[in-house]
Design a protein around this ligand. Structure first.
Ligand code: MN
Length: 209
């Protein structure tokens, strides 16, 4: 999807309208989240790379893996802002106004094998999303051999640096839900689960194997 993009990064339009996730996620939240929050991460990433020609040929994934090897004055802003772009791309792509309701094929079989099927996934993913203290994300991820896990990450950390491939991503920063759900993260999680883009997760999982 967006793995080959390099500097200068852009903020492409959402693959659906701002209001098309109503009533689960409201139009104003989607506008602010995409046009301001993600735009800011994009702008700050470009600013961090502007004087670094040797990093300008790297995609988001390479930047995230490289950031830990750089001096903190450069590596920290790159990790935070490349993470912000990467995570938000997964989050926005990982929702659909007309979602496929469950995984199919290899991912469905792996969900049965590793996580107790869709019901087990829903239970454990909800717990992981509720369990993120402060700002962060909940993820369905695959290890390089195709084993599935559910994890939470803090701030703009990514599963990539843990050697894990993202399949689904839920943003639980308060900016993702506060205008509609106020402090009720559990209600937001329930609403998000009805938008989860299993078609994307199926496609990403096929690429892991
Ligand atoms: Mn966000």
């Amino acid at each position: 999807m967006f793995f080959t993009e390099t500097y200068k990064f852009e903020n492409p339009s959402l693959p659906y309208g701002y209001s098309s996730l109503e009533p689960f996620i409201d139009e104003l939240t989607m506008q602010i989240h995409h046009d301001r929050h993600l735009q800011t991460y994009t702008d700050n990433l470009n600013a961090a790379l502007a004087a670094q020609p040797e990093l300008q040929t790297m995609g988001l994934e390479e930047l995230l893996l490289e950031a830990g090897k750089l001096p903190a004055s450069l590596g920290t802003p790159i990790a935070r802002n490349a993470g912000g772009v990467y995570n938000h791309r997964f989050f926005f792509e990982g929702m659909s106004p007309t979602p496929q309701k469950a995984p199919t094929g290899a991912l469905a079989a792996a969900l049965d094998r590793d996580l107790g099927g869709l019901d087990g996934f829903l239970r454990d993913f909800r717990a992981a999303a509720l369990g993120v203290f402060g700002s962060g994300y909940a993820w369905l991820v695959s290890d390089p051999k195709g084993a599935l896990r559910i994890i939470g990450t803090a701030n703009q950390d990514t599963p990539l640096t843990l050697g894990l491939r993202p399949l689904l991503c839920l943003d639980v920063w308060e900016h993702a839900y506060y205008l509609k759900h106020y402090n009720k993260r559990a209600d937001y999680i329930t609403d998000w689960l009805s938008l989860a883009n299993w078609h994307l997760a199926d496609t990403l999982y096929s690429a892991v194997k």
